[in-house]
Design a protein around this ligand. Structure first.
Ligand code: ADP
Ligand code: MG
Length: 362
């Protein structure tokens, strides 16, 4: 959600992006996933009585902690899918369940149609090495290895030859902006640079999916912003599917095509930033989005009105996914309401009144 120039806005395609359309096959599909910690955890998902209890009640009755409860969602190819929730809501458990770093209690995790929960040790190892890479908050770098060797470590384990390893390491080190630091040791680098090494390491094996568990939470705000921009840039350049965990709404809105909001292990709402701000599912979501300037997040789809019989429709047109903030000047400068058009179809119009009603409150 960056600010666009007038020309860019007028050129914004009016067809939805693949990530917005739900017709493509998901890369990851999570169905009725449970992780219940504790001795009798396995009894919970199958029991109507126990599975309906809140996390607190379940803990009191059985001593078990329901970290992830009956979660279902799909991640589309190329999408940045954000999972957000307060600390303790089950985000880390969820993301670790995706590659079985934590063994789920029940449910399904499909990677391109194959159930990861049925995979044997060998294919699971393959999956983690080749297909789904993870970037952690505490970088997890090997202190006695130089940057280049940290980055190529996964390739080494895979049995990739030395020359190819060095070449690939140099490529991804360049991609994350660390050229010149190949021979440094991790403790010679700042936190932000160490996290770039973590990113490069995850990218080295050219995985299809990158999982991020609050990778920037420990970084200073300015470095953090740089790293967020880095992820956006990388996403544009390499187009990977990403699952990004955060407890920070502004980070979620900045990065996420869609955002899943979790609370106490359960799904509260799933949608675009505009969905969450425009129609929060409950008070938990409303509290999260309260401070968000609506004009920065809501799109024209949310504020357009139906066409009136006396509207003169000779003004400019914009797509429904243009963010209000980016449309303010075009609309206010136009003599007449602008048309909101998608795939050649007129969806509605936006005039000064619609724009001002949103801008005034944010
Ligand atoms: P988040 O990443 O959103 O902060 P977590 O997934 O770390 O949340 O934790 C979710 C819940 O599961 C918390 O109540 C946490 O205490 C509990 N939990 C996490 N790991 C374990 C474990 N190994 N054993 C028991 N409870 C756990
Ligand atoms: Mg966590």
């Amino acid at each position: 959600m960056t600010t666009a120039t007038r020309d860019e806005i007028l050129e914004t395609p009016t067809t939805p992006t693949p990530a917005a359309g739900r017709s493509v096959d998901p890369v990851i599909s999570v169905q009725n996933l449970w992780k219940v910690f504790g001795g009798k955890g396995a009894d919970v998902p199958g029991s109507d009585e126990l599975s309906a209890l809140s996390r607190k009640e379940l803990k009191e009755r059985t001593g078990c902690v329901a970290a992830v409860c009956d979660l279902s969602f799909d991640v589309a190819p190329g999408e940045v899918f954000v999972v957000m929730g307060l600390s303790g809501s089950g985000k880390s458990t969820l993301v670790r369940c995706l590659t079985r770093l934590i063994e789920p209690t029940a449910g399904q995790v499909l990677f391109k149609g194959d159930d990861i929960l049925q995979a044997n040790e060998r294919s699971l190892r393959e999956l983690r090495r080749h297909s789904i890479a993870m970037v952690f908050q505490h970088f997890g770098l090997l202190p006695h290895r130089r940057v280049a060797d940290n980055v190529s470590y996964g390739l080494e384990i895979r049995g990739t030859g030395k020359k190819e390893r060095a070449q690939r390491a140099a490529e991804v080190i360049d991609l994350v902006g660390l050229s010149g630091y190949e021979n440094s040791f991790p403790d010679q680098l700042s936190g932000g640079m160490q996290q770039r090494v973590g990113l490069a390491r995850a990218l080295a094996g050219d995985p299809e999916v990158l999982l991020f568990d609050e990778p920037f939470s420990a970084l200073d705000p300015l470095i953090r912003r740089d790293m967020q921009n880095e992820v956006i840039r990388l996403h544009h350049e390499v187009g990977k599917t990403m699952v990004f965990i955060t407890h920070d709404l502004s980070e979620a809105l900045k990065l996420g095509d869609r955002i899943l909001i979790m609370r106490d292990g359960r799904l509260v709402q799933i949608g675009t930033g505009a969905d969450l701000v425009g129609a929060p599912a409950d008070d938990y979501v409303r509290d999260f989005v309260r401070e968000v300037p609506r004009s920065h997040v809501l799109t024209l789809r949310w504020i357009m009105r139906p066409v009136h019989a006396d509207d003169v429709l000779d003004g400019p047109e914009l797509g429904p996914e243009v963010v209000v903030r980016d449309a303010v000047r075009v609309v206010l400068e136009a003599e007449r309401p602008i048309k909101v058009v998608e795939g050649g179809r007129l969806l509605g119009v936006v005039g000064d009144a619609e724009i001002l009603s949103v801008v005034a409150e944010s």
